[in-house]
Write a protein that binds this ligand. Structure first.
Ligand SMILES: NC(=O)c1ccc[n+]([C@@H]2O[C@H](COP(=O)([O-])OP(=O)(O)OC[C@H]3O[C@@H](n4cnc5c(N)ncnc54)[C@H](O)[C@@H]3O)[C@@H](O)[C@H]2O)c1
Length: 362
């Protein structure tokens, strides 16, 4: 997989104790990477990271602690960095806007400063979000060239993280001076709304519904008509890993911004997603009850991923229906039998990617 670039490679993942980071650590471990994670202790109970207990090196530190982060990076001397650590919740960002900007924007600056100070680093993938675009509530999917923006503090912080990344790339790691003045290629990745087992964040549709199902209660859906680019967690991760491979291989054009989202047919509403989950697990029950004074959340959000398809030959593997099946089965197995489906899901994903003849798995 991925041309074997990760085998024996020193890889730093920030945010490895979170939902996406723990899946990435699990996959990266199977690729034979020498892995170090930097993050806070898991903030949910249960947590996918605690359940998996991946046998990797972990440093528990704050991304805002510049000194500790840089010291950690200098000691470990990673060859590639995947930066996922963030305050990732829109509704929480209304409660703690300053902290959201500090973690998501200055945290990104700190990771990039660490990259400047560690000459072993050859590549970095900065994970932002589909919400980094200026949302015009249009049905046209957003392309990488669309203006950045963000209404709520979370979305704006991810737009800022994109600007910071572009600024560091232009100023310190320009592709035109690669292998002359510097040896690092820097990219950013904007994924869709990620679902899959092992997410226990609050105010996210899937974890909210799964928790309610497990406790026999009915969940209230607040934004039924909102359209999102739903995808299984392994989809953006295959994109990040492929992007990392290209950067490590010195493919200069990879040093830019990339959308990794689902096919257009999989941009569906919150209610359709909740209904599909309920069809897969009959314990899932919900009613539609928008709160009287709702905080603003984007209505329509779609991603155009033709750049990744054309230039990286990246394609999704599982559609919305399959992602829903895998997600509900994961939680059901966990809540009913106390078992984790993570390894099985990864195996099944690799099997299906192989059957689809995707380049990265040959
Ligand atoms: N989950 C999604 O649907 C989605 C969609 C698009 C983008 N993203 C982005 O993907 C990344 C991972 O998201 P997730 O869903 O796994 O979130 P998560 O909340 O599950 O994990 C966040 C991780 O960041 C770490 N972190 C948070 N604050 C920190 C701090 N101050 N110092 C050090 N580490 C800190 C946490 O410890 C955790 O490891 C984020 O950058 C998020 O914005 C997520």
């Amino acid at each position: 997989m991925f041309n074997n670039v990760y085998a024996g490679r020193r890889v730093l993942i920030t945010g490895h104790t979170g939902f996406k980071g723990s899946w990435l650590a699990c996959w990266m471990q199977k690729l034979g990477a020498d892995l170090l994670g930097y993050a806070l202790n898991p903030s949910t109970s249960p947590s996918h990271f605690d359940l998996l207990k991946p046998p990797i090196k972990s440093v528990f530190g704050d991304i805002r602690d510049t000194e500790m982060l840089i010291r950690t990076v200098k000691e470990f001397r990673p060859e590639i960095v995947f930066h996922l650590a963030a305050q990732p919740l829109v509704r929480q960002s209304y409660q703690i806007p300053a902290e959201t900007f500090a973690v998501n924007v200055m945290g990104t600056v700190n990771v990039l400063e660490a990259c400047r100070q560690c000459s072993d680093i050859r590549a970095a993938v900065m994970v932002t979000s589909d919400k980094c675009y200026e949302n015009r509530e249009r049905h046209d999917p957003y392309r990488e060239t669309d203006p950045l923006g963000g209404f709520d503090p979370y979305s704006a912080s991810k737009g800022c993280a994109e600007l910071v990344t572009a600024s560091y790339r232009n100023s310190f790691f320009p592709a035109s001076k690669y292998n002359f003045d510097h040896q690092m290629l820097l990219a950013s990745a904007r994924a869709g709304n990620v679902i899959g087992g092992g997410d226990w964040a609050t105010d996210r549709l899937v974890p909210d519904l799964m928790r309610a199902a497990a406790s026999g209660t009915t969940e209230k859906i607040r934004n039924p008509l909102a359209i999102r680019p739903w995808q299984h967690v392994l989809e953006p991760l295959s994109g990040y890993l492929l992007l990392g491979e290209k950067l490590l291989e010195g493919y200069i054009r990879a040093a830019s911004a990339w959308n990794f989202g689902p096919q257009s047919a999989d941009h569906v509403t919150v209610e359709e997603t909740a209904t599909a989950l309920a069809q897969n697990w009959n314990a899932v029950k919900f009613t539609v009850e928008p709160p009287p004074s709702a905080l603003h959340e984007a209505g329509i959000l779609k991603l155009d991923c033709s750049k990744a398809a054309e230039q990286l030959n990246w394609h999704g593997v599982w559609n919305h229906q399959k992602a829903i099946e895998k997600t509900s089965a994961w939680y059901r197995r966990y809540y009913e039998n106390g078992l984790l489906n993570t390894d099985d899901d990864l195996e099944a994903y690799l099997h299906d990617a192989n059957r689809s003849n995707l380049d990265w798995i040959r």
